[in-house]
Structure formats: C-alpha cells, structure tokens
Ligand binder design. Structure first.
Ligand code: AMP
Length: 514
C-alpha cells in the first residue's frame, strides 16, 4: 500500500473518533477524510498534478493537516515554509522552486502578500477567509462530496523539508513517497503499536508534520499545540491522556524542570522520544527519574531519516555510560564507519558514519552538486563522526566540521562537553573552536551552570571545570576560555546555535574569563 493510502486507511479505522485536537477544535476520522477528498478534488480542478510542488505557509492547525494530505493524495509534493525561516529564505525557495501553487493560512496573510509580490506569484490560495488570494475552502465548499482517491507513485516527490541551518544556509531536502513510507515503517517499529495519542508541539512544517501523518496512519489521535511551552505541555500530557511525545533534548530538560509536571497525571504516557542534538547523560538520567521508563533517544537527520535509537529499556537497563550512545540501528538501516578515504573501519574505530537505508533523500532540492558530495553509490555520508561498539551501539563523537584543530591535534568538542556536563555544577555546555593566532584554533566553552554562581566564585568555578577537562582528556582539550551563560542560544529547532555561540564569544572577547 502506498504511503498516503496507509494514512487514509488509518484515518478510516478511526471512524467517528477524534483524530486531531487543536484547543477547542476537533475533527473525527470521517470528517477529516471528507474534507480532504473534496479539497484534493478542488486542487486537481485548479490544475494540480502528480509531480507538481505546492509551497504552503502555515501554522499548527487542523486545516494545515488536511491541506497537506490533500496535496499529497494527488501525488504532488508538499513544501512547508517554516515559520521561523527569514522572509529572504522563504523567498529564495519560492523563486527557485517555482511551485505550481502557493497556499497560505489566513493568519499569515501579510507575509503571503509580501512574498507573492516579491516572488512574482500570480495566484495565491488562502486556506480560509483572508483579504488576499482565493479562498480554497470556499471553492471546495461548492463541490459535492467525492470518495477519497490516492495517486500511488513511489518515485514521485512527497515533500521537501529543510536542514536546520545551524551550520549554514538551509538546504531543501527532497523525499519521495517511497522514503516517506520508510519513515512510517521506522516510526511504527520504534514507537510501538497504535493507536497513539501524540502531543505535537513542534512546527507541522518540520518533523511535527510527519509525526501527525504517522499518528493518523496508526489510527491514532494528534493533539496540537502552537509551539513548545513547558507548562502547557505538562498540563496537556495529563488532560489529553497523551501516550507519545517528541521534543529536542532542551525541551525535555525544560519539561522535567517544570513545576506543573509534578501534578500532571502521566499514567497514559508510554514514550517520550528526544533527539536532533546531543543530550548529556546526566540530564537524560534526570529525565528518566522524572518521567519513568518512557525515554527513547532518536538519532537521525532529515537527509537520511531515522538511523538508530536507544530504546526505553536501554535507558534503564545499563548504567549511565550507555546514555552516551544513540542506540542501535533500525532494522532496515546499514551503518558503515569510514575513514576520510572512504575505507570501512573495524568496530570500535572512530570515523564518518555512513548510512544505507530505505529512507534516504532523493537529493538536495535543485542542488545536484551538493547531492553528489553526500550521496555516493547508495550511501549517505552523514558528516557525523562516530564509533560502533561490540554490541552494535553507536556513539557519536562529533560532526566532522566541528572538530577543533589545536596545533595539529584533533579535539572533539562533544568529548569536552561530556566532561563538563558530568560536573554537578553544570546544566549545559557547548564547545566550539575560536580562531587563535598561535595554535590555529583554541577550545572555547559556553557553560550554563545548574545554579547561579556568585560573582566572586566565577573564576574559581571556571578554573575547576578547565582542570576537570585537563585531567580527563589532557591539556590539548582544555578550554582556554569558559564563559558562564544564563541560557544557551538555541536554533528555532531547539539545537545549540553554534554560530551564535561563536559570535557571542568573539563579541565578549574583551570581558573577564579564565
Ligand atoms: P537535522 O537534519 O537538521 O535534524 O540535523 C541532523 C544532525 O543533528 C545530525 O547530523 C547530527 O549531527 C545531529 N543529531 C541528530 N540527532 C542527534 C542525536 N540523537 N544525538 C546527537 N546528535 C544528533
């Protein structure tokens, strides 16, 4: 069965049960399918065909779920313009991508007007009443009900998603309906049998949109929030009997420290998946204590889909060391660790993690040059450095590009971060390289203390941290500078923003530090 047919099948099985809850708004399986089939027909009447792309500016709403499914049911490709992208980035994707249709939610009308004018888009469609464009829902309302039909074309593009931009300009990442189906297989494998009640508090134009579709495919219910707020998430976990939740490590950390969590009824919670960025073992252990045996670590990337996971039982089975691991590969994923010449290394050696699986991207959108750099002979070169132990657990060491070279010695920032976060006084640490006229690069650490450090203790505290690194990893790894921050700069996707951290470090260069 094709990817979209699997979703439709799951929604059918829900019947008159709610499948999406968005605050006071709810929609049953039957209602969703009816709205989706009429909208899909309406889009076809507007000329949308299999293989076309549709750019869509939207938030976390029921309408956005319906419209995306309606587009994809025709075998067309959904391109979600992320709310946190700059206007220039959205414009770039509209101009270069030349979508067949441009859709927008009414509350994003002002931006839609400006983007349409700048990108020279002649026809824009609003999903609801707006002062601009044609109201697609109004056109659809005039159509008779039609049965839901799905085009099945595994090789057609299903979606273009975007890299987070934490290491440069965001790139469009194109997936086919076949790789989307692979994502769903992996989600079923990791997240267990449905129906789930999944709380989605990340953008639907990001991983949130896929999570919604997987939940629908297993006959489950999605509870939508506009964005992540720890107090609201804690409250909703209990009030909506949530079974599944996904967040970045920093979101899970914020949730664990949320007062409201203490009063929340978590008796239905089966899984809290986290990933997308490194997570310190001490924070993960805290999360297991607060939430119970429900934690799952996911490692993956938008180009390759899910790669490995550390299961709920792994989180409690072994000691804290295993919490450094991103788990074992999914059944359909092959991992090879290679040296810079592309030669496969034996278990235990550190090299670049390369992946072959059913969920690899078709390529970077309209960038065959960039695709050729990372997709070679069916393998995707992740840019992550790692090693696999005798039991098949993968340990990430760092991103290839993040290695700091101090006087010709390689320093892996993540190793330094692990030593720093093992200190009881450290809540979070991010290590980056700064240019250094003597050694080429030097090791810089941004640290968020777990409790405020009095002003007269900061120098001694930083020296203690530097000594811990020196004693564990040697002098080359020792930070030459440590700044204590109130909070870590994060990207909109909740990952440490290394570019901002480096920038702030350079700006603060004159202030006192060790
Ligand atoms: P993105 O595709 O934007 O989600 O970024 C993917 C990158 O995030 C990967 O190449 C890793 O460097 C990092 N990443 C993703 N998941 C994890 C994880 N579980 N632990 C550590 N790093 C991760």
């Amino acid at each position: 069965m094709g990817y979209i047919s699997q979703i439709v099948h799951g929604v059918e099985s829900a019947g008159d049960r709610d499948v999406i809850v968005d605050g006071p708004h709810r929609i049953t399986g039957e209602q969703l399918l009816r709205r989706c089939s009429v909208l899909s027909r309406t889009l076809a009447d507007q000329g949308l065909q299999t293989g076309d792309t549709v750019a869509y500016l939207h938030g976390n709403t029921i309408d956005a779920v319906v419209a995306r499914l309606a587009v994809q049911a025709l075998g067309a490709c959904y391109v979600g313009l992320r709310p946190f992208f700059s206007t220039a980035e959205k414009l770039k994707f509209l101009v270069e991508g030349r979508p067949a249709l441009f859709l927008f939610d009414p509350d994003q009308c002002d931006e839609a007007i400006s983007l349409s004018a700048q990108a020279g888009i002649s026809r824009a469609f609003s999903i609801g009443v707006a002062d601009f464009g044609e109201n697609l829902l109004e056109i659809a309302a005039q159509k008779p009900d039609v049965p839901m039909e799905c085009v099945h074309r595994d090789d057609a593009l299903s979606m273009v998603t975007f890299s987070s931009g934490s290491t440069g300009e965001p790139k469009g990442i194109a997936h086919t309906f076949a790789s989307s189906a692979g994502f769903l297989d992996n989600a079923r494998h990791m997240y267990g049998p449905g129906p789930w009640r999944f709380l989605v508090a990340i953008p639907l134009s990001d991983l949130g949109g896929e999570i919604v579709q997987w939940t629908l495919a297993v006959g489950g219910t999605v509870v939508l929030l506009d964005d992540f707020r720890a107090d609201e998430v804690a409250r909703t976990l209990g009030s909506e009997h949530i079974t599944h939740f996904f967040g970045s490590p920093s979101m899970v950390h914020a949730l664990v420290h949320e007062q409201g969590l203490r009063n929340a009824d978590l008796s239905d919670l089966r899984l809290v998946a986290y990933g997308g960025a490194p997570s310190s073992p001490s924070r993960t252990a805290d999360a297991v204590s607060a939430l119970g045996p429900v934690l799952m670590h996911n490692y993956g990337m938008q180009e390759a889909g899910f790669i490995s996971y550390l299961s709920q039982s792994d989180h409690i089975r072994a000691g804290r060391y295993l919490l450094n691991s991103v788990g074992r590969p999914l059944p359909d994923v092959e991992i090879a660790v290679r040296d810079p010449e592309g030669v496969e290394l034996p278990p235990g050696s550190i090299g670049e993690v390369c992946v072959r699986s059913t969920t690899l991207m078709a390529g970077y959108w309209q960038r065959p040059d960039l695709t050729a750099e990372v997709l070679r002979e069916g393998w995707f070169l992740t840019g992550d450095l790692g090693r696999v132990d005798d039991e098949g657990y993968l340990y990430l060491v760092d991103r290839v590009k993040d290695i700091i070279i101090v006087d010709a010695y390689n320093v892996y920032p993540q190793q330094v971060e692990q030593v720093l976060t093992a200190h009881p006084g450290v809540a979070q640490a991010v290590v980056v390289g700064l240019p250094d006229s003597d050694t080429g690069e030097s090791v810089y650490a941004a640290v968020v203390p777990s409790t405020e450090v009095p002003a007269d203790r900061t120098v001694a505290f930083s020296a203690e941290l530097a000594a811990a690194v020196r004693e564990t990893l040697g002098t080359v790894h020792e930070p030459t500078r440590i700044d204590l921050l109130a909070s870590m700069p994060l990207t909109p996707r909740g990952k440490p923003d290394k570019t901002a951290i480096r920038g702030q470090a350079v700006d603060r260069a004159g202030s006192p530090h060790i």
